[in-house]
Design a protein around this ligand. Structure first.
Ligand code: BGC
Ligand code: NOJ
Length: 844
């Protein structure tokens, strides 16, 4: 038992658990895991551009180029026992004692005398010591390259010299991860490699339609190698006991079919106290189609480009320089927003980990983590747009590209494919379409981009529909069609029809699935003319207001506009009139007396009402309507938030609905398929907690907003890692709700809209440093017991040094900019070329 007070929070939660598996090293921006047997694999991402890898604290994981499904480089076995198997493994063998072990603990799982895994920004360092031999490996992907480097440093702490064998390598995936794990009648016959100049090349299917290959090599002259898995492991053996390692001798095997691997064997003699470094490289290379072979009419890979790259990074000095580059890159990204508040968990998440997680969600969407197999899902339309909220300030040019890619998959109706594969950038219906909330997220994504960058030119970019050449319109028209999409699909109460589902993929009101195994996301048995979503209604109000602002702003000559302001104003008025109408409809048909209703089902019955037997109140509408400003002036918002607190809040976060569904409801779909307390059936879905948090800031309740924020802040939950089980440095999609026997247990870490929304909620709404068209707005709604805080924010080329001080208990702001008092709460953009601006905000 360990009491844990949340510093600075208005509540003091007493955790009944109390165990950690590591600690934060904030100086180095690392999380240090001190015990290899974490409750679940605690992972990190390598690469942040095109070449990516997932790496666990025991070196488990895999690599891919751009697309985790279609271009998988190495094999990983999901849902294995032990959980985490397949990785970037290194074995050390003491040649005299004839004993071997894994310095990353897995796969041999020896009792290491020292162990530490440091997950940092784009790199992981796994180090350990066993019987006086220390092995420390730094894994990272250099910027601008399609390869990963493993720098292994071996140190002999014994008093005598040691003869060691180092085996390092990977198992290759035959590129298409789905086919690789299912189509064995073919795949056992197609594997091919080449070995040349101590480099192992993986070239399965290169002889036919692939123009890419992978390679693996090391800086030391190998004593041997293996490329055939069975030869390396030996019959009936696993990765924990490879025959070649046991023997201390490789088989120099060449793979013909079966399972190609790349393992190199290096022999080292280390004197007492001596250290040596070996650099391993795993890389991916594409050749132009007419330059695949060398000589041209042979079947031998043209290795010219690959060889030059390999030569560069096998030099430890070049590898070190590449690492330094990566460090500086992350420093510059993270330094765009830095805060110094009274709460260390806030500081750590904002300054380091939450921003870092936002990069991962931007890159991966929901495709590749230890919970997302890399096979099932590409980049989601809804998800990727929301991810921009936490990413756009870091690399705006990539946000711009993403927006244009997403918009190009939009359908002429304004609707959207639910996802697209990153390699082809084409929309697909694999997880369904007609999710009627989808189009609005594009408006929110574009608004966030415009506020951050002031790059109005994006609205004029010609963008096709469904990637059809000739269908291009300016991006702005895509936003208009997004908005219109809902107006064209209103239901019996004048509320938006829900379609297949809205944000909640599992509230499937037109699905009525009674067949086991049917996908709730692609099955539709109802016409969809009745079921309505109050969530989409709230989203429509927010998107409509954003669109109206964009319309007016874009007309300004300073924004490259026509200057036809009156015309723009009247267009904007139309949007606002529709928003007003929708608000009235919500008031009339979307309000249950104490909270917002959630939906109407296919029979026209209420979902999320006190009249319901189960699922009486849902978080989504309480959060989103209040954050969208619905009901702020008539008390509905305040009431809805009170009801949320009363019925949905737990010490581990706010659950999705109550009471949980105790049985399967044909007319509600997947939501009721989950056991109570898990996932969408009354789990704490961390993605929508920040909507309530923002809602609380909108009614001025900083104590409550921060309290909710702290309950799900992973760093604040570090002390209960044995209960929480997921990584304490990133958000998980879900924490089991109060109806679950494992209440407080997190699941599905890393790839979740939770990252962007919490980042957005804490930076822009609680700390209140908000991007706007006019300048940087400073409107904090922080706990009453905070005396103030400091922040730096780089915004449109200017660094704002912000100091917030509390003089009274309220949220009103008195601004001083470079010593001069300024009206309102927006710091105007400097017009005199100043690059540093001092901002003081006094709360009264
Ligand atoms: C999950 C959702 C997810 C959906 C789409 C469902 O099983 O519970 O969170 O969005 O699948 O893949
Ligand atoms: C996860 C999905 O990625 C997201 O799009 C959805 O909104 C939530 N699940 C809720 O169902």
């Amino acid at each position: 038992m360990q009491a844990h007070g949340l510093a600075g929070a208005s509540i003091s939660v007493r955790w009944e658990h109390g165990m950690k598996f590591g600690y934060f090293d904030d100086q180095k921006r690392e999380y240090v895991i001190t015990q290899p047997d974490t409750p679940l694999p605690w992972i990190n991402y390598l690469g942040c551009e095109a070449y990516f890898g997932i790496i666990s604290n025991t070196a488990g994981g895999y690599s891919f180029y751009r697309d985790a499904r279609l271009r998988r480089l190495t094999r990983y076995r999901y849902n294995n026992a032990p959980f985490d198997l397949g990785g970037r493994y290194i074995y050390v063998r003491d040649n005299d004692a004839k004993e071997f072990w894994s310095p990353s603990w897995q796969p041999t799982r020896h009792q290491l005398e020292k162990y530490e895994c440091r997950h940092g920004m784009g790199y992981s360092i796994i180090g350990s010591e066993y019987k006086g031999i220390e092995a420390r490996t730094r894994y990272f992907v250099p910027l601008g390259e399609n390869l990963e480097i493993w720098q292994v440093t071996l140190t002999n702490h014994r008093h005598h010299a040691s003869s060691l064998s180092i085996f390092g390598g990977v198992e290759f995936c035959l590129w298409d991860a789905q086919d690789d794990s299912t189509n064995f009648q073919r795949n056992f016959s197609i594997g091919q490699v080449e070995v040349e100049d101590d480099v192992i090349y993986h070239k399965t299917e290169y002889r036919e339609r692939r123009d890419h290959f992978a390679y693996f090599t090391s800086s030391a002259k190998p004593a041997g190698f293996d490329t055939q898995r069975d030869k390396f492991l030996g019959p009936y053996r696993g990765w924990d006991n490879p025959a070649a390692v046991e023997r201390g001798e490789s088989g120099n095997s060449i793979a013909y079919g079966w399972a190609p691997i790349a393992y190199q064997h290096i022999k080292l003699n280390l004197k007492a106290g001596e250290s040596q470094q070996i650099v391993f490289i795993l890389g991916y290379q594409e050749n132009a189609n007419d330059q695949k072979f060398d000589p041209p009419n042979s079947q031998t890979i043209n290795k010219k480009v690959a060889k030059a790259t390999i030569a560069k990074y096998l030099s430890p000095a070049n590898a070190d320089a590449a690492f330094e580059n990566l460090r500086q890159y992350w420093d510059s990204l993270l330094n765009i927003v830095q805060v110094d508040t009274p709460d260390e968990h806030t500081n750590r998440m904002v300054n380091i980990w939450n921003a870092y997680q936002c990069m991962a969600t931007f890159n991966m969407s929901r495709s590749a983590s230890f919970y997302e197999s890399g096979i099932g899902r590409g980049l989601g339309f809804r998800d990727s747009n929301q991810d921009l909220l936490g990413f756009v300030h870091m690399v705006p040019s990539r946000a711009r590209e993403r927006i244009l890619d997403l918009a190009a998959t939009q359908l002429p109706s304004g609707g959207a494919y639910h996802q697209y594969q990153p390699l082809t950038k084409r929309g697909n219906n694999d997880v369904g379409s007609n999710f009627n909330d989808d189009p609005h997220w594009l408006i929110l994504g574009v608004a966030a981009y415009l506020k951050e960058t002031g790059d109005w030119s994006i609205l004029g970019e010609p963008v096709p529909y469904d990637n059809q050449p000739g269908s291009e319109t300016p991006l702005y028209e895509h936003l208009q069609r997004s908005f219109q999409y809902t107006l064209d699909r209103l239901g019996p109460h004048g509320l938006p029809l829900i379609g297949r589902a809205d944000w909640n993929d599992c509230l499937n009101l037109n699905c009525f699935s009674d067949t086991p195994g049917q996908s709730f996301q692609t099955t539709t048995n109802k016409e969809g003319k009745v079921a309505e979503s109050i969530f989409i209604a709230g989203l429509f109000c927010l998107a409509g207001r954003e669109l109206a602002d964009i319309t007016v702003q874009k007309a300004c000559p300073t924004h490259g506009g026509t200057g036809k302001c009156a015309e723009a104003e009247s267009e904007a008025k139309k949007y606002l009139a529709e928003v007003k109408k929708m608000e009235d409809t919500i008031r009339k048909h979307g309000w249950d007396g104490e909270w917002f209703l959630r939906a109407y089902d296919d029979f026209g019955n209420k979902v999320g009402s006190k009249e319901c037997e189960e699922g009486k109140i849902f978080i989504e509408t309480q959060g989103f309507c209040t954050l969208a400003g619905v009901g702020l002036n008539d008390g509905m918002a305040a009431k809805a938030l009170q009801a949320t607190k009363k019925h949905l809040a737990t010490k581990h976060g706010i659950v999705l609905q109550q009471p949980a569904y105790s049985k399967y409801y044909l007319h509600l779909g997947e939501i009721s398929s989950y056991p109570p307390g898990y996932k969408e059936n009354a789990g704490i879905f961390c993605h929508n907690n920040p909507w309530v948090i923002i809602g609380e800031t909108r009614v001025g309740n900083g104590d409550q907003a921060f309290d909710y924020y702290s309950r799900i802040n992973p760093s604040a939950r570090e002390e209960i890692s044995d209960l929480h089980r997921c990584e304490p440095y990133v958000y998980a999609q879900m924490i089991a709700g109060k109806d679950a026997p494992t209440h407080g247990e997190a699941k599905n870490s890393w790839l979740t809209g939770t990252a962007a929304w919490n980042y957005f909620a804490i930076t822009q709404w609680i700390l209140g440093i908000r991007t706007s068209y006019e300048g940087l707005q400073i409107a904090p709604v922080v706990p009453k017991n905070w005396k103030g805080f400091k922040a730096t924010r780089k915004f449109r080329g200017v660094t704002y040094n912000i100091q917030v001080e509390r003089a009274g208990a309220g949220n009103a702001v008195a601004l001083t900019v470079d010593g001069k008092s300024v009206k309102g709460d927006v710091v105007p953009l400097p017009t005199d070329g100043r690059k540093q601006v001092a901002v003081k905000a006094v709360l009264t």
